[in-house]
Structures are given as structure tokens and as C-alpha cells.
Design a protein around this ligand. Structure first.
Ligand code: SF4
Ligand code: F3S
Length: 106
């Protein structure tokens, strides 16, 4: 399974959603998640993210491991997104800012 992590929050470029063959991205107000029950590990999405927010489960940095559970949880609550849209307006300001989880909107 692939996992969306901290750096997507407040950026949400959405390039990732266009390449997913099984439509397993789900969209919240300022973050996307991958449904681990649907992901087929094709790895197509990982290089598409301009801010490197997507990791294979086994490559997750220690500090991002909790995003596995968060992706699974929010995928149940949020609708599927399959078409790219504009990134959030302040994405440049937020790229690379650490610990953005505190800004997650549900
Ligand atoms: Fe979709 Fe493939 Fe990415 Fe899984 S690894 S979320 S199936 S694009
Ligand atoms: Fe987020 Fe990157 Fe996709 S910022 S929406 S994981 S392209």
C-alpha cells in the first residue's frame, strides 16, 4: 500500500489522482488519502507528487508511520477524487513546513 503523508496537507496538488488505475484517492478539505483496501501497489502515484508526499508503506519515514492509520480512517469518510484540480492557494508557503498534521481539516 502507498500512503499520503504530512507534506500534502495545505498543498494538495492532486496530480496523484489522475494516474491511479483503481481510483483509490479520497479528498478532504486540505489533504488527500489513499484507501489501503483498494491500492494495488502500482507505484504510479509516487513520482507524480510535486512535494514528495507519497511513500510506499515500507519506505515510510519513522515520523510518518501514523499516516498509515490516518489514510485508512479518512478514506472511509471522504469522497473519491479522480480528476486533478488546482492546488491550494498557499501551497508554496506550506511545502516542506514540518508537522502540518495540526492543520488537518476533516
Ligand atoms: Fe493508486 Fe497505484 Fe498509487 Fe496505489 S500505488 S494509490 S493503486 S496509483
Ligand atoms: Fe497531495 Fe501530492 Fe497528491 S500534494 S494531492 S499527494 S500530488
Amino acid at each position: 500500500t502507498f500512503v499520503v503523508t504530512d507534506n500534502c496537507i495545505r498543498c494538495k496538488h492532486t496530480d496523484c489522482v489522475e494516474v491511479c488505475p483503481v481510483d483509490c484517492f479520497h479528498e478532504g478539505p486540505n489533504f488527500l488519502v489513499i484507501d489501503p483496501d483498494e491500492c494495488i501497489d502500482c507505484a504510479l502515484c509516487e513520482p507524480e507528487c510535486p512535494v514528495d508526499a507519497i511513500f510506499a508503506e515500507e519506505d515510510l519515514p519513522e515520523k510518518q508511520i501514523h499516516f498509515m492509520d490516518l489514510n485508512a480512517e479518512l478514506a472511509q469518510a471522504w469522497p473519491v477524487i479522480t480528476v486533478k484540480k488546482d492546488p491550494l492557494p498557499d501551497h508554496e508557503t506550506w511545502d516542506g513546513v514540518p508537522d502540518k498534521l495540526q492543520y488537518l481539516e476533516r
